[in-house]
Write a protein of this length. Structure first.
Lengths: 532, 162
């Protein structure tokens, strides 16, 4: 019986396997069995008419949002009294600018979501039609062959029977190919739609912050704050996960803590300072700890805040294709610096090093400890490098990493248990998601895991993964992290101290050398954040 | 002092001694191999020789032959090989050795330049074309620390008539 719940990849695998059985069948009963199995695979599921209706609704919402944007921009142009402030200190101009950008993003999100749904609707209609044609061919072949041969009939096949069987086999083969093409089309379309819709869901950022403790205007401004040094839309300071978690934590505060936290937000000198306080809360710190953090960062300018609290900044031109280096890596690569020191590994510590950077991305108190030292006020790249290396070694120990020899103290890699353990010990407490290790050695497995990766990074949860390469001497491996996603591109942090973009096809088809080098092109394992 | 500490001290000394004894001597069957510290090389015409350099593969380091290229009437490059030793079960393990193979084709003296490229320190080659050279420092930026800069290692090779 057809199973409507089977995944699109399972469906393709089954069709592929049964098509092979059909091609190699050399008796009538084997052909009939293969045809039966093929007809048992479920057709592409989904209702094009429902998708069409939703797509139309989204399109009309996009028009409404564009109208809101228009009106907000008129307000911005006519000006507002500068004395007006939100409850936590956001100025009127900030609120209006944030509202304008939010309406613009909303209109674009609805428009693109509508297009994604129309595309899915078209692809599903086409896939279901192809699938129907394929099933007709299979039924036709089955009718030509008639019922199963009995035990003795099956032992002998005359020339005429063989010719009939082969003719039916050909027709069934055409049908099987149509079934596969339909499954492929539905698979590709569903994946593309999921990718787009996950992204727009995460981008409706202000809506993730469910709390009445701060006003809608303040929430809008917080969601709109960008990290200094790059385009705002690619460097949002608060991730969707930050906004959701901070809102939740604010709801749980007692009245005294709530008043203290609101005071800190209201006194913040810049929107960035305010947003980093919210990020600290989202990372799981209590109001006392956030208060101590606030004392260290209060009044610092946006550049200082970025340097000390945000390890990775995305440059506006970072997605431009500039070709490849001779080692197979992207020429367009950005190096991530604190002063003249990179956020990079020292020695064979790629796993602890990418974990340290991942934690620093989601936990601003931890980032400040590394960059600013115990006082939080230092600005010394050499001291930062020293602390960074000590922390890489601490995590190497924590994950029971290997050493060069049994008597050596020089790190030399880490196994998969250690990798997952330190991700769970260091990153999870600050994002709320445990990591689960998953091998992805085949192209289909890599393709299947992409929607989960996309959803995680759109929410602001880094996804560590491993790459490898083989040569005549054996295997070498490396860990990197997916930290961003846009369209069909993934942003990769490499603990060599760099970020770059690769396509999802690169990830699936063994071209991760673009983010590392030609020694290690194949992604083979991933640590996926799972909701607690 | 424990025996483990003793061994830690003794083994590098022993391996350094072996390296000194073996470096440059080659073997009776293969080409002569020169390590990183051996920059003045004398070789007979018609002989093959190898420049061997350590490469920090786990950090994404690469080595290339760079410009100006050696005089083709004196030496000709024949191959570049890389051997990586890593623990198959661990991620991030290993280090490598690059071997640049040459043949002494005619008498004379020339220079071979190898460029050592820590991650991001070099430009050129690949889709950009041309030789691999040190990345320029953008104007107004401070010079990067030495560990982030490319190093060019120059070998002087004299080819003698046998």
């Amino acid at each position: 019986m057809a199973d409507a719940g089977e995944s699109t990849t399972d469906r393709k695998e089954k069709i592929d396997r049964f098509t092979g059985d059909l091609a190699s069948a050399d008796s009538k009963n084997e052909v009939l069995e293969a045809i039966g199995n093929l007809l048992g695979v479920s057709a592409p599921v989904g209702s094009p008419s429902t998708l069409d209706a939703i797509a139309q609704r989204y399109k009309s919402q996009a028009d409404n949002a564009a109208d809101v944007q228009d009106r907000v921009e008129k307000v911005a142009a006519s000006g507002l009294p500068s004395v007006w402030v939100g409850s936590t200190g956001a100025k009127a101009a900030e609120v209006v600018a944030a509202a304008g950008r939010s309406a613009e993003q909303m209109a674009e999100a609805f428009r693109k979501a509508s297009k994604a749904l129309y595309d899915l609707c078209d692809a599903l209609t086409s896939a279901q039609s192809k699938d129907g044609d394929g099933r007709e061919q299979l039924q036709k072949a089955r009718t030509m062959l008639g019922g199963d041969d009995g035990f003795f009939d099956d032992m002998v096949e005359t020339d005429d029977e063989e010719a009939d069987r082969k003719r039916a086999q050909d027709i069934a083969g055409t049908g099987a190919n149509l079934l596969y093409a339909a499954a492929q089309e539905a698979d590709d379309a569903a994946r593309a739609a999921a990718r787009e819709l996950n992204k727009y869901a995460a981008e409706a950022r202000a809506g993730h912050m469910h709390t009445d403790n701060i006003s809608a205007a303040d929430r809008l401004v917080l969601a709109d704050v960008g990290v200094f040094g790059g385009p705002q839309e690619q460097n949002e300071l608060l991730t969707a996960d930050d906004l959701e978690r901070s809102g939740r934590f604010m709801e749980k505060m007692n009245a005294q803590d709530e008043a203290r936290f609101e005071r800190m937000l209201a006194d913040a000198k810049t929107p960035q300072e305010r947003a980093y306080l919210v990020k600290a809360l989202a990372a799981g710190y209590d109001v006392d700890e956030v208060g101590q953090f606030r004392d260290k960062i209060h009044g610092k300018d946006p550049y200082w805040l970025q340097q000390h609290l945000t390890p990775i900044v995305t440059a506006g031109d970072s997605k431009v294709d500039e070709g490849l280096n001779p080692d197979g890596s992207n020429r367009n690569t950005d190096y991530q610096w604190f002063g003249d020191e990179k956020w990079s590994q020292e020695g064979n510590t790629c796993v602890p090093s990418s974990t340290v950077t991942a934690r620093a991305m989601v936990d601003p108190l931890y980032a400040l400890e590394l960059t600013g030292g115990p006082s939080g006020q230092e600005n010394d790249p050499d001291a930062f490098r020293h602390r960074l290396h000590d922390e890489q070694l601490r995590l190497h120990e924590e994950g029971d990493g290997d050493y060069l020899h049994w008597w050596s103290d020089v790190p030399d890699g880490m196994d998969s248990d250690g990798q997952n353990e330190i991700a769970n010990d260091e990153i999870s407490p600050h994002t709320g998601s445990k990591y689960e290790y998953q091998q992805i050695r085949g192209a289909d497995e890599r393709r299947d895991v992409l929607p989960d990766i996309e959803k995680s990074v759109a929410e602001g949860k880094p996804v560590p993964f491993e790459v490898e390469g083989h040569d005549k001497d054996g295997r070498v491996g490396h860990q990197m992290m997916v930290i961003g996603q846009e369209g069909d591109m993934l942003q990769i942090y490499n603990p060599w101290g760099q970020t770059t973009w690769v396509s999802e096809d690169d990830f699936v088809n063994g071209h991760m050398d673009k983010a590392s080098d030609s020694r290690m092109p194949d992604a083979y394992a991933v640590h996926l954040p799972a909701d607690r | 002092m424990t025996s483990a500490t003793l061994r830690r001290l003794a083994l590098p000394a022993l391996s350094a001694l072996l390296m000194t004894v073996l470096a440059g001597c080659g073997s009776s069957t293969g080409p002569d191999t020169y390590e990183l510290g051996e920059k003045d090389i004398q070789v007979d015409e018609g002989k093959e020789f190898t420049l061997s350099v350590p490469v920090d593969t786990a950090m994404g380091e690469w080595w290339y032959l760079t410009a100006p290229k050696p005089d083709p009437d004196v030496v000709r490059r024949t191959d570049k090989r890389e051997e990586i030793k890593a623990d198959d079960d661990a991620v991030g393990s290993g280090s490598g050795t690059d071997s640049f193979d040459f043949k002494a084709v005619g008498p004379g003296t020339t220079k071979i330049r190898l460029i050592q490229c820590p991650r991001g320190a070099c430009t050129g080659g690949g889709d950009a074309g041309g030789p691999v050279t040190p990345s320029p420092v953008p104007s107004g930026s401070p010079t990067p620390a030495k560990k982030y800069r490319a190093t060019i290692h120059t070998y002087t090779v004299t080819v003698r008539k046998p």
